[in-house]
Design a protein around this ligand. Structure first.
Ligand SMILES: CC(C)(COP(=O)(O)OP(=O)(O)OC[C@H]1O[C@@H](n2cnc3c(N)ncnc32)[C@H](O)[C@@H]1OP(=O)(O)O)[C@@H](O)C(=O)NCCC(=O)NCCS
Length: 171
């Protein structure tokens, strides 16, 4: 089941969501710390298509984050294959119109909960450029642990992890 929280929920992408989120992914302030930077319409469309396909084959997936009160898409969150490899990362992004309202922490915490209760994923990582302090703060607020600096996307990034066993010990 896709996570539902007090204020937010995840749902599968629809092809026409592309028109809604294209502005968000084109904002430099939102995409500053995303490898490769801003997306144009074509890249946004390819991402939405890829995520629809991932959901259909029941692979890990990044979903739109929807605000219950208005049905507005406020960002994205979910699980992803880190750089297409074996490690599973948690991804989150919030439109800057909705920063500092606790949305990223709320939905990312629910994604971790769902992953460890409803799937057989045992370890989830998160990476961020060290300057992306807001992202690192989210990792810490959702109970992830720093495991040092790692090389991803051709850069040094901070890496955090959470494991099923370690999470089990604190829940
Ligand atoms: C990373 C990102 C999602 C963090 O967003 P954020 O708004 O700082 O994080 P949260 O949604 O968890 O909100 C936390 C803030 O909301 C505040 N807040 C306000 N109301 C709140 C509430 N009801 N509940 C919880 N926190 C609340 C908190 O105090 C905190 O503010 P502070 O940073 O001033 O202490 C956002 O900066 C972003 O999308 N960046 C671009 C994409 C990106 O970098 N993604 C990560 C790639 S590694």
């Amino acid at each position: 089941m896709l996570p539902v929280t007090e204020r937010l929920y995840l749902r599968p992408w629809r092809a026409d969501d592309c028109d809604t989120v294209v502005t968000m992914y084109a904002k430099p302030q939102v995409m500053q710390w995303i490898p490769g930077g801003v997306w144009d319409r074509d890249k946004t469309s390819r991402f939405v298509t890829r995520m629809i396909e991932a959901h259909e084959r029941r692979d890990v997936c990044i979903y739109p984050v929807v605000l219950k009160e208005s049905a507005t898409i406020v960002g994205h969150c979910g699980l992803n294959h880190l750089e297409g490899g074996a490690e599973i990362e948690i991804a989150y992004l919030v439109d800057d119109r909705f920063w500092r309202r606790g949305f990223a922490t709320e939905i990312a915490g629910a994604v971790l909960h769902e992953a460890f209760h409803a799937t057989n994923v045992d370890r989830i990582v998160a990476v961020a450029f060290p300057e992306n302090l807001r992202s690192v703060a989210v990792m810490e607020r959702i109970g992830m642990h720093p495991i040092g600096v790692a090389r991803h996307f051709g850069a040094d990034v901070v890496k955090y992890e959470i494991t099923r066993s370690r999470r089990g010990a604190v829940e």
